[in-house]
Design a protein around this ligand. Structure first.
Ligand code: CDP
Length: 220
């Protein structure tokens, strides 16, 4: 009996719907879920809290090596400043290297004895888990992504405009796609899931069809 963990990789640009989808998939199949963006955001948050420059690679690499998820318990890592700083530290090879093992261990040995794991990020299907059982590249138009993220952020910051969010996302996506180390890119074997015109339920149903198909092939 094959006891290998079943891995679902979800990659794609900022605010494309990966997080919502990832949690739904994990709940539905009883898998563990890891938002890998929270690792980069966590490192960025630590640097900002310490008054360090997020562009300082030595400081960022130290923070990444010492990083654990409990450090961000209760901390707000979803702000636009943290998002921008996260994408800067994420371009540093030493930071990525320091966070890689944790992600791979999570996928191979999901916590709580779960029989599978869902990881969302930018390089899961290409670098972290190239052998993932199912891969999705989740996209949506820049306008729709900006609107979704603006709706999320504006409660905490009512003066924020949709235009500012649009520009933040465009800047982050460009940096994430252009970096030399593990750039955001669609793995050749990733299913493209465009959520521009899909409700969450419809996107989830589309993902389930793909995953169930792979399950059937595994069992058959
Ligand atoms: O939630 P959102 O889509 O805005 O971004 P996130 O997933 O929280 O990721 C924040 C930043 O971390 C991204 O802009 C990337 O620069 C970086 N990241 C990465 O480089 N690789 C990953 N696997 C996940 C995130």
């Amino acid at each position: 009996m094959d006891r290998k963990s079943f891995v679902v990789a979800l990659d794609g640009p900022a605010a494309s719907g990966k997080g919502t989808l990832g949690r739904l998939i994990a709940d539905h199949y009883g898998f563990a879920y890891l938002d890998t963006g929270s690792l980069y955001r966590g490192v960025a948050r630590r640097l900002l809290d310490a008054g360090a420059d997020p562009g300082d690679e030595a400081a960022a690499a130290r923070a990444a090596k010492e990083f654990s998820l409990d450090q961000i318990d209760g901390r707000d890592i979803r702000t636009r400043e943290v998002g921008a700083a996260a994408s800067k530290v994420a371009a540093m090879p030493s930071v990525r290297a320091a966070l890689l093992d944790f992600q791979r261990r999570f996928a191979a040995n999901p916590p709580g004895g779960a029989r599978g794991a869902v990881l969302d990020g930018r390089d899961i299907g290409t670098v972290v888990c190239p052998e993932a059982d199912v891969k999705f590249f989740v996209v949506a138009s820049p306008e729709v992504r900006a609107r979704r993220r603006w709706l999320e952020l504006r409660a905490a910051r009512p003066s924020l405009t949709e235009r500012e969010v649009f520009e933040d996302l465009a800047e982050r996506d460009a940096r994430d796609a252009a970096r030399a180390d593990a750039p955001m890119t669609r793995a050749e074997d990733a299913e493209l899931l465009d959520t521009t015109h899909l409700t969450i339920e419809a996107a989830f149903a589309a993902a389930r069809r793909v995953i169930d198909g792979v399950f059937q092939r595994c069992e058959g």
